[in-house]
Design a binder for this molecule. Structure first.
Ligand code: CFM
Ligand code: HCA
Length: 534
């Protein structure tokens, strides 16, 4: 059944009227006949509503900083916050030097009641000394949790003194969980800190190889960046830094020499992409390495940017070879998946990124959305004339980068930039709303009540989201695929990733499990039945 405005109204009528008014602005039924469809995003979740969102600390320490492997990440706060951002997110890392890979450690000041009462600065300083003695990392980050902000520990002062004492970069992040409305505020804080304290600190003036690029917003979940790097290196690119999947302080400090920044996850890293453009004149290119066609389009755009005929030819050779290898396998899985429908609700970019891959398997995404994205991720950066100041950007100003701070030559002249922009979407992003089909539902900050209601109405064949709603949905008899952790599978990026994803989705459909579950609506009156009578 398709959902029209009347059905949507009926569903929302179950809310108190104030809540209904609020939630209505976060849900749209795609209609390309309308000039523009605005969606409310990045605003506070109504207290009492069960949301999938995380906090600023999760976005800063857990998402952006955590994957840097040669750095010890100290969580200054109670142990629960440290545990939450350790081990659950599947940012994999390996290192040639095993003494410089701390990815499996969980380091925390483990604040106790007495520390909260008397202050935790001394404990933090002692912990830094201990970390230096035991691990000798290349750098240290300190991330603040809520209580630390409330008692007013001066993290910046402790970090500064420790940096002078130990002679390595020690960066403090005031990313207390309560800042902003979701993990998005934490991404912004982490981006600013990395730009100020790490990127550009290295002494490279030039890249050590041809076609130097950075991959921004790629966190190596389930090994994704290894697959992307496999393809890019084969074509001939020099990957300077990945931000931050399987990344390191050592790579990141020289990231300014890249000639193009690829942006995989726009939401979590657009700030660094924009700041690199302002400071070093390096444009960024929105890419998507999820899905075969999107991978191919991204590779072709990259080749066009550098414009070298040999690179363009090599790109085509690699594409042709990879396609010949994966297409027959994908074809087999497509037979199982064809004609099915999916919900695709993830944090800030995967809700959009996976739709092409689903479509390649013959699966239509009928509902999608983001937990915490901003309007530009929905409506596109070129469509919104003036992005509304929101809860994050109001409180966290971007670092001001003046033109005289530009230490290096501009990577691209303004004329060349204009010329290239006509061919490829440089420094621009087309959001989710642009690409979804008419009649499909787009929901911002989907909650558990709406999840159940939309499932009853649309009965998708597969639900993709995260750990917080997976099992509720499976108990409704619908297979569920975690698109955060990949249910401990992956990689899902690139050509090999598409095959893994197709295999896992086909397996979900063919599992006999679903025959043993009776979905609630088999025994209860259907909601749409009630609406139809009324
Ligand atoms: Fe970017 Fe991410 Fe995502 Fe994200 Fe996340 Fe993640 Fe995600 Mo979970 S950085 S916005 S804050 S793509 S951790 S690797 S899966 S919600 S859609
Ligand atoms: C986070 C991390 C998370 C959670 C995943 C989930 C991740 O938000 O702090 O809810 O399943 O990808 O690990 O997004």
């Amino acid at each position: 059944m398709a959902i029209n405005q009347k059905v949507l109204e009926e569903m929302l009528n179950q809310y108190p009227s104030k809540v209904k008014r609020n939630r209505k602005k976060h849900i749209i039924i795609k209609d390309s006949a309308l000039a523009r469809q605005e969606i409310e995003a990045n605003t506070r979740t109504i207290p009492g509503i069960i949301t999938n969102r995380g906090c600023a600390f999760a976005g800063c320490k857990g998402v952006v900083l955590g994957p840097l492997k040669d750095v010890i990440h100290i969580v200054h706060g109670p142990i629960g916050c440290a545990f939450y951002t350790w081990g659950a997110r599947r940012n994999k890392a390996k290192s040639e030097d095993p003494t410089k890979n701390f990815i499996n450690y969980c380091v925390s000041t483990d604040m106790q009641e007495s520390d909260i009462v008397f202050g935790g600065e001394k404990k933090l300083a002692r912990m830094i000394d201990e970390v230096m003695e035991i691990f000798k990392p290349n750098a240290i980050t300190i991330s603040a949790t809520c209580p630390v902000g409330l008692i007013g520990d001066d993290l910046q002062a402790v970090a500064k003194a420790a940096q002078e004492k130990h002679g390595i970069p020690i960066l403090a992040f005031n990313c207390e969980g309560y800042k902003g409305v979701s993990q998005s505020a934490g991404h912004h804080i982490a981006n600013n800190g990395l730009m100020e304290g790490v990127i550009g600190q290295g002494d490279w003036e030039e890249a050590p190889g041809k076609y130097p690029i950075n991959i921004l917003g790629e966190y190596n979940i389930g090994g994704d960046s290894w697959e992307v790097e496999r393809i890019l290196k084969e074509i001939g690119y020099t990957v300077i830094a990945v931000m931050t999947g399987d990344g390191s302080y050592e790579e990141l400090k020289n990231a300014h020499v890249a000639e193009l920044n690829l942006v995989q996850c726009h939401r979590s890293i657009n700030y660094i992409a924009d700041m690199l453009e302002t400071k070093y004149g390096t444009p960024w290119l929105k890419v998507n390495f999820i899905g075969v066609q999107d991978t191919i389009d991204s590779l072709r755009n990259m080749a066009l940017y550098f414009g070298d005929p040999a690179l363009i030819q090599k790109t085509e050779e690699v594409i042709a070879r990879e396609l010949a290898r994966v297409e027959p396998i994908l074809g087999q899985y497509k037979k199982i998946c064809q004609g099915k429908t999916a919900f695709c609700f993830v944090g800030g970019s995967r809700g959009h990124h996976y739709q092409g891959l689903y479509a390649e398997l013959g699966i239509e995404t009928v509902l999608a959305g983001y937990e915490f994205a901003h309007r530009d991720d929905y409506e596109g950066r070129d469509v919104i004339p003036e992005i509304k100041l929101d809860a994050d950007t109001k409180n966290i100003p971007d670092l001001h980068v003046t033109p005289d701070e530009r230490r290096f030559r501009l990577k691209i002249s303004p004329e060349r930039m204009e010329e290239l922009k006509k061919k490829i979407p440089l420094s621009n992003y087309k959001g989710m709303n642009i690409e979804m089909k008419d009649g499909s539902i787009i929901v911002d900050d989907l909650n558990h009540f709406e999840t159940e209601e939309f499932i009853r109405l649309l009965k998708p064949d597969i639900f993709s989201s995260g750990i917080k709603d997976k099992y509720v949905v499976q108990k409704m008899g619908i297979p569920s695929k975690q698109l955060h952790s990949y249910d401990y599978s992956g990689p899902y990026a690139g050509f090999n990733g598409a095959v893994n994803f197709a295999r896992d989705i086909a397996m979900a459909f063919t599992s006999p499990t679903w025959n043993f579950i009776t979905p609630p609506w088999k025994n209860e009156p259907l909601l749409e039945g009630i609406i139809a009578e009324g």
